[in-house]
Design a protein around this ligand. Structure first.
Ligand code: GCV
Length: 614
């Protein structure tokens, strides 16, 4: 282990320690610039212009550079300047400001020190029911987040497990001290709260319309914001996966969210309410209930009923961060509610920071389809942990870096972002950098081929969510079915089926409703089709399933052989090679198990005579 000063993710050129004594982002900017220009020609001047807020303007002068910006803007601008000079890139021209004012990183850290769906070790700040951290590492964390403009860190799991509430009472002083550590990097704290909190403190109800409950939250908010005046707000998972919520009292989600929102409004707090709510006790024989419908069915009737400081946080797809999902129709449908889109950097379903899965190409598609203006804020589940390299796989840091850039500018170009990360992280010869970029760019499509072809998701090992198990979730209560049998596979979600497709705008309905126009990658998400269905390219459905699984493994091998020749520094190289070996085992297993699963149902051999294990 080290103190976090040696492994710097993409900050390898910031070789001096992260600042210890700065109090404000502008002071941090001055510190970073002073150290940077001690080793580079020129200098930078800072001009504080509060009106620019988080924005900044960079300009070149005869003597060096000028950064004009608001308090946080100066810091974000300073990091961009350092990045541009390091990479010898042009400075961005004119005023730069973040597209989304609220750019959240949601951590699923429990106070026990575990991280739910964490693949990079234990929590960076909790252990044994209290705060426990390496100061240098937290400063380095602040620097990482500030360097890509992430401005809000939600500290604890949305599944609030005790003793997390102590952060809001007897450990409030510790929470405030933690907030002070990140403040100089332009990062504010947010906290996940338990809807039934008042009941753990002596009230006999958490009913949002009960005046005692309202008064209790108002008083609680006063105490919390007195200790942490710039707390960004609360994040709430309610009535979901056995979490408490307003439904217990026959109240709507708007009533629940607004009650909390009113308690924190006087302090400028935001109430971020998650829309990940569905029936997790479904009987698999029930073909009428269709989990992807759940969020739209519940929230569309509430559009316009939420207070101004409520933000509805919606996962990008209607299921749960699967490898391939269509865009959540709620993101398109809700017009009168402030919304945040939620991504998952933690690779729960996308390789668990063992298999490579670079996310920028996915985000590009999502923003192209949705339109960035549909949402007012952005969130991502963190992929960080106490591992020396922060993210388990050294390349998984790319997703955190890229998330910051996309949250600032959703029009970012995936290839350019990946290249920037690669160059900031490693000193490789140009052709090797390009090889790394090309492997990362294709990593998602390779992973998709061997785990989720044609939109078939959920064929994973239950609970752990790593590795193949095509029928693992088939008879469970979570609403995650593929309904494969001897004649067909997939679920008809058109009007004639579950009706999920009807939640989309007409143009999208038209595209998806005919299996001949529906994009291949979503074919079995929207349709139930026989194995001899003929695809657009003339192949049968079953042949396409076989081909993708064979190709996925072959392409993973190609990626491995390219990566092994790169002159990466140690220990990144060793960590990468070990994970790549595991990825190859995983890809082969997926190929064989899924192909065999379908072969046993349909009995159709592979046209090319490759081995399927019957
Ligand atoms: C934090 C999925 C994950 C859970 C997670 C949940 C959520 O179901 O498997 O670990 O809980 O999503 O987003 O709330």
């Amino acid at each position: 282990m080290n103190d976090g000063q040696n492994r710097r993710a993409w900050l390898k050129d910031l070789i001096w320690p992260a600042p210890e004594n700065t109090k404000t982002p502008a002071e941090t900017a001055a510190y970073e610039l002073e150290h940077f220009f001690a080793g580079h020609s020129g200098k930078a001047e800072i001009c504080l212009e509060e009106a620019l807020g988080e924005g900044y303007i960079l300009s070149q002068t005869e003597m060096g550079y000028t950064i004009r910006g608001g308090e946080a803007g100066i810091l974000f601008g300073a990091y961009v300047l350092i990045r541009a000079l390091t990479l010898q890139e042009e400075l961005p021209a004119g005023e730069q400001k973040p597209y989304y004012p609220l750019r959240m990183l949601n951590c699923w850290d429990n106070m026990s020190g575990d991280v739910e769906r964490g693949y990079a070790g234990r929590s960076l700040w909790f252990e044994e029911g209290k705060f426990s951290y390496d100061l240098g590492r937290i400063r380095q964390l602040g620097r990482m987040l500030g360097s890509v403009g992430i401005n809000t860190l939600c500290l604890n799991n949305v599944n609030v497990h005790q003793p997390a509430q102590h952060m809001l009472d007897d450990l409030l002083g510790d929470t405030a001290r933690f907030a002070a550590l990140l403040r100089p990097f332009g990062v504010k704290l947010m906290l996940s709260i338990d809807f039934s909190y008042p009941m753990q403190c002596g009230l006999d109800t958490a009913d949002p319309l009960d005046e005692r409950v309202q008064a209790w939250w108002a008083e609680k908010a006063k105490i919390i914001w007195t200790a942490i005046p710039d707390l960004a707000g609360f994040l709430v998972k309610a009535d979901s996966e056995h979490r408490p919520g307003p439904n217990t009292y026959g109240r709507s989600h708007a009533e629940g969210a607004n009650m909390l929102a009113r308690a924190i409004a006087p302090y400028g707090g935001k109430l971020v309410w998650r829309a990940f709510v569905y029936n997790c006790m479904q009987d698999w024989r029930d073909t009428k209930t269709d989990r992807p419908r759940a969020a739209y069915d519940l929230y569309m009737p509430l559009d316009g009923a939420f207070d101004d400081n409520v933000i509805l946080q919606i996962k990008h797809g209607p299921f749960d961060f699967q490898v391939r999902e269509p865009l959540s129709p709620l993101l398109l449908g809700m017009k009168n509610t402030a919304k945040a889109i939620e991504f998952q950097l933690a690779q729960e379903y996308t390789g668990q920071q063992i298999d490579l899965y670079a996310m920028p190409p996915m985000w590009k598609e999502i923003f192209a389809q949705m339109g960035k203006e549909r949402v007012q804020a952005i969130a991502a589940v963190s992929n960080l942990g106490r591992d020396d390299n922060w993210t388990g796989h050294p390349f998984a840091a790319l997703n955190l870096f890229a998330y910051g850039l996309y949250a600032w500018n959703p029009d970012s170009d995936p290839e350019a972002v990946i290249r920037q990360w690669a160059r900031l992280s490693y000193d490789l010869p140009k052709e090797q950098t390009e090889k790394l970029v090309s492997v990362l760019l294709r990593s998602r499509s390779v992973y998709e081929k061997y785990t989720a072809t044609l939109g078939l998701c959920w064929m994973i090992t239950p609970n752990t969510h790593y590795g193949p198990n095509p029928y693992g979730y088939e008879f469970q209560a979570w609403g995650t079915y593929i309904r494969a049998d001897r004649s067909a596979v997939g679920i008809d979600r058109t009007e004639k089926g579950t009706g999920y497709l009807c939640q989309y705008p007409e143009k999208m309905q038209k595209l998806y409703q005919d299996p001949h126009t529906c994009p291949d990658e979503l074919l079995l998400f929207f349709h139930r089709l026989p194995y001899d269905f003929i695809m657009k390219d003339g192949r049968s459905l079953i042949q396409r399933i076989y081909d993708d699984h064979f190709a996925g493994y072959e392409e993973a091998k190609e990626m491995a052989s390219i990566l092994k020749d790169l002159d990466l520094p140690e220990p990144d190289r060793e960590e990468m090679l070990a994970r790549m070996e595991a990825q190859l085992r995983n890809a082969r297993e997926w190929r064989d198990i899924v192909n065999t699963f379908f072969y046993r149902f349909c009995g159709v051999p592979d046209e090319r005579g490759r081995t399927i294990y019957p």
